[in-house]
Every structure is written in structure tokens, then in C-alpha cells.
Design a protein around this ligand. Structure first.
Ligand code: CP
Ligand code: NVA
Length: 307
């Protein structure tokens, strides 16, 4: 059975750090124009049920830099959209391709696909998790020297990004403050899982309702859109309910004076983050975006070696 990358919960601290280190090494080589063709002649199927800029570009460019090729499959254009079962699609695609990445809604669809796939399946975002993003985020923390016992604050919606931060922090053992408005809390199952991983890793996970309390003194502040893909109809209600959660100068000034700001992007200026903060922290935020490319090359090579 292939090893898949569906959620950080299935990986050890050592494995996560190995993937990030591999990504950093590949990034260094890429900057020196050294391209090791470690996935020569391999094909990555890329199934998208939702929009994407970073994920699509980083996977497609990434596999090509590794000597392979990417096959973009919009779910509207394949038979899944006409009702072909996931288990049949998985068996067909994995008989012809060497890796599959999927961006979808329910985590259960990824799990179903993985169950029937003979090759590794990568979660490229589901409603529950966005583990590839967290590889890039941690890589950015390494590069900006924020991995020595860091304190991170996530303020905003209790969504796929929050869940992924909870798993990363509790696996790696760093402290995480999470602030969400009432009614937008993280899933209790994910929180319980994070608390249980935190027991052995030493991570201190704290939940707040006041974002200002959460960011006080931290080394990394992060947020995400208040309106994730699929929630467009709730947009106005969400904007009202998230009042007070804008990361602006005033909010950032409560963090450590050298704190960095991270955002997975796309960002909605004036909602979760002010234009000033995004521009002031453009160096970290756009390095984080670029790191999707290198972290996922690390992931694909790691999966190839592991499987
Ligand atoms: N951060 C991220 O996944 O961006 P895209 O939706 O553009 O892929
Ligand atoms: N939470 C956002 C992340 C986008 C990269 C969404 O799911 O739309």
C-alpha cells in the first residue's frame, strides 16, 4: 500500500522535519540552477475541484523541475463530475500516473481516493486540512529564524488552515495560540487530537476569543481568509461576525517587536489583514508563497523514496 500525504496527523516530527529539510536543500540547488531530475519520466495527476493559483503553479512547475510532468485535471472535465465513483477514478488514474494531488471539499473523498490508489495521494487542500501549505510555512519559519522555541498566534476562522497549524504545532512541539470568534471555533476532534499530540511533544496550545490576547508577545502572527472556498454565500455574515479580527498595525504591535507575519494567500485586504501589514511583511508572505514550490518538491521526492 502506498504512503499518502493527507494530513500531518499521520506523520512524525522527524518525518515532517525531513520533508522540510529536503525542500530547503532542493531550494538551494534550484537557486544555483541545479535541477536533479529525481522524478524523471514520472507523471503527477493534479485534480482540482476548487480554484487555485499557488497550488497549481507550484505543483506543475515543481514536477517539471524534477524531470516529470504534471497533468491538470479540472474535476468539471473528468467523469467524476458525471458521477463516476471515486474508487473507479482512483484505480484508473493511479494505473497511469505515479503521484496524484487532489484539491477537494470533504477530507473523506481524499481518503476514499487514497484507499483505491496504487500510488501516493497528496492533499492539496480540503475543507479540513491544507498540509502542503504548512510545509511551506514551517520552511519560511526556518528561513526567518523563528524555530527556536517559537510562539505562534493564529487569529481568524477555525478552518482548514487553523486545523493544520494545530497539527503542526502539536507534532513539532511549539506553542500555538488560536483566537476565533464565537461560532467559528476549530473542530473539537482536531483540537482533541492536537492536545493529545501536544502531551508528548511539549507544545502548549491555547484557545482564545480575544485576538489581542492571542497575539501578545508571539514571534509569528498568522491568519487566513474569513470566507473559504465554498462559503461564498456566507460572506456578508462572516465579515460582520469577524469584526475585531483584522490584523493591522495595532494588532501586530502587541506581538514581539521582531514578529513575522504569515498568510497562506490569497489575502483579502481590509478583512483579515490590512494593506499596510501585508505590504510591510511582503518579504515573508511572498517567500512563504514561493516556498510552496520547494516544499512540495521536497514532499514529492520524499514520497518517492518512502514508497
Ligand atoms: N495558499 C494556496 O493554497 O493558494 P491557492 O488557493 O492559490 O492554491
Ligand atoms: N481557507 C482557505 C485557504 C485558501 C488557500 C480556503 O479553504 O479557501
Amino acid at each position: 500500500m502506498a504512503t499518502h500525504f493527507l494530513s500531518l496527523k499521520d506523520f512524525t516530527k522527524e518525518q515532517i522535519l525531513n520533508i522540510v529539510s529536503l525542500g530547503l536543500e532542493i531550494k538551494k540547488n534550484t537557486k544555483n540552477k541545479i535541477f536533479n531530475k529525481e522524478l524523471e519520466n514520472k507523471t503527477l495527476a493534479m485534480i482540482f475541484e476548487k480554484s487555485s493559483t499557488r497550488t497549481r503553479v507550484s505543483f506543475e512547475v515543481g514536477i517539471s523541475q524534477l524531470g516529470g510532468s504534471g497533468l491538470f485535471l479540472s474535476s468539471n472535465d473528468i467523469q467524476i463530475s458525471r458521477g463516476e465513483p471515486i474508487k473507479d477514478t482512483a484505480r484508473v488514474i493511479s494505473s497511469m500516473c505515479d503521484l496524484v494531488m487532489i484539491r477537494t471539499y470533504e477530507q473523506s473523498k481524499l481518503e476514499e481516493f487514497a484507499k483505491y490508489s496504487s500510488v501516493p495521494v497528496i492533499n492539496a487542500l480540503s475543507d479540513s486540512y491544507h498540509p502542503c501549505q504548512l510545509l511551506a510555512d514551517y520552511m519560511t519559519m526556518v528561513e526567518f529564524d523563528k524555530t527556536d522555541n517559537p510562539k505562534v498566534a493564529y487569529v481568524g476562522d477555525g478552518n482548514n488552515m487553523t486545523h493544520s497549524w494545530l497539527l503542526l504545532a502539536s507534532k513539532l512541539g511549539f506553542d500555538l495560540n488560536v483566537a476565533t470568534p464565537k461560532g467559528y471555533e476549530v473542530d473539537s476532534d482536531v483540537l482533541d487530537m492536537a492536545y493529545s499530540f501536544a502531551k508528548s511533544s511539549g507544545s502548549n496550545i491555547k484557545i482564545f476569543n480575544d485576538p489581542r490576547e492571542a497575539v501578545r508577545g508571539v514571534d509569528v502572527v498568522t491568519t487566513d481568509t474569513w470566507v473559504s472556498m465554498g462559503q461564498e454565500e456566507e460572506k456578508q455574515k462572516r465579515i460582520n461576525d469577524f469584526a475585531g479580527y483584522l490584523v493591522d498595525d495595532k494588532m501586530m504591535s502587541l506581538a514581539h517587536k521582531d514578529a513575522i507575519f504569515l498568510h497562506c494567500l490569497p489575502a483579502y485586504r481590509g478583512q483579515e489583514v490590512s494593506d499596510e501589514i501585508l505590504e510591510k511583511h511582503a518579504k515573508t508572505v511572498f517567500t512563504e508563497a514561493e516556498n510552496r514550490l520547494h516544499a512540495q518538491k521536497g514532499l514529492m521526492v520524499w514520497l518517492k523514496n518512502f514508497n
